[in-house]
Design a protein around this ligand. Structure first.
Ligand code: EPS
Length: 367
């Protein structure tokens, strides 16, 4: 299987299946001298993990990172950093029946058509388990971005089904609140409503979609490579590669369709831009404003509600997905979306440094 690597100067290759012995990644191109310890990974991996609440899959993985290479006496050496996480709670018998059919809405059918063979246990490589290594790799990127450029990448759940946060605007998001509930929801008063909603969904054997927003603050102007390596193009590609993502918006996104130019353009003053419909990216290059992205995640396809499919002989059957699935994959997607944004920014930062370090600071600098 090809295309398991991405990035140009800061490259990440992930490997492993949901029910194999381990999952892992190799991060190449990390600048030397960055302090990294196994404990650095615990926070974000726990934010993404299953089993943190009754609202996600009840698979309980330890998600402990082993650093196999690239770090000496606690600092990166500039050589490939290999990270490994052993799978400790796979329950493959849940997938015995699923191996004989294709879950409607799942990658089962297309993997089968493409490769003529598949590892059905836990969805194999198509499982959201793979996103663990994206989050692990991004711990390194987030740390470097924060230390070198003061960049901070943070996200929140911005819609689940029909429910939206009751907030005047996204500038009002309090990240303390986001981190204090299992949904990454920015309004504490709505959390009981979400709990009831997910409990009812589970009882009904169904699932629902979600939207996750991410803001990268502190990105300096200049990151992004026109024309085929535009920052927004690479963000869209990276975010779209997350399991279940069906849409990506940058800034005003699809709302731009109904806007006038006089509204959409972000007017410029000596004190800064007057709005941010561009999502912090103009011409594929960061403007110095917050980079703002949003993703749409489809409802989980593995659900208890019976659905029609065919078996390997092509006969029509009715099937239901057993196992420990998430009623809404979006609930755990915030750290994953942050991770992909951070990985793209880190790669673009190094690429900008490589080509344009001699340009220096250009006047006027807005904001
Ligand atoms: C997943 C199905 C479930 C989840 C898994 C993603 O796996 P299993 O059926 O083996 O319990 O638990 O998520 C993780 C294990 C994880 O770490 O994110 C799927 O079909 O994508």
């Amino acid at each position: 299987m090809s295309s398991n690597s991405f990035g140009k100067l800061f490259t990440v290759t992930t490997f492993g299946e949901s029910h194999g012995p381990a999952i892992g990644c190799v991060v190449d191109g990390c600048p030397p001298g960055l302090e990294i310890a196994p404990e650095d990974f615990a926070g974000d991996l726990a934010r993404r993990a299953t089993g943190n609440s009754r609202y996600t899959s009840q698979r309980h993985e330890a998600d402990e990172v082993e650093i196999l290479s690239g770090v000496y006496e606690g600092r990166t050496t500039g050589t490939p950093i290999a990270l490994l996480i052993r799978n400790t709670d796979a329950r493959s018998k849940d997938y015995d029946e699923l191996a004989q059919t294709f879950r409607p809405g799942h990658a089962d059918y297309t993997y089968w058509q493409k490769y003529g063979i598949r590892d059905p246990r836990g969805g194999g490589r198509a499982s959201a388990r793979e996103t663990t290594m994206r989050v692990a790799a991004a711990v390194i990127a987030k740390k470097w971005l924060a230390e070198k450029s003061g960049v901070r990448v943070r996200g929140w759940l911005a819609q689940i089904g029909e429910i939206v946060p009751e907030l005047p605007d996204t500038a009002a998001v309090d990240f303390g609140t986001v981190e204090s509930n299992p949904f990454f929801w920015p309004v504490a008063a709505q959390v009981p409503q979400l709990e009831k909603y997910i409990d009812a969904l589970r009882k009904d054997g169904d699932s629902v979609g979600a939207r996750v927003n991410v803001i990268a603050a502190g990105v300096p102007p200049g990151w992004g490579e026109p024309v085929y390596g535009k920052l927004d193009a690479e963000l869209a590609s990276a975010l779209m590669s997350i399991n279940a993502v069906k849409g990506v918006e940058i800034g005003a996104g699809f709302a731009s369709v109904a806007q006038r130019g006089s509204e959409h353009r972000d007017e410029i003053t000596a004190r800064g831009f007057l709005s941010n419909h561009a999502g912090g990216i103009l011409g594929g290059i960061s403007s110095g404003q917050d980079v703002r992205v949003s993703i749409a995640l489809k409802p989980t396809s593995s659900i208890l509600k019976p659905g029609r499919s065919v078996n390997l002989a092509g006969e029509e059957i009715t099937m239901r997905s057993k196992g420990r699935h998430d009623p809404c994959v979006g609930i755990r997607a915030t750290p994953i979306a942050e991770a992909m944004v951070a990985l793209v920014l880190m790669d673009q930062a190094l690429r900008h440094r490589a080509q344009c370090a001699d340009v220096g600071e250009v006047r006027p600098r807005i904001g």
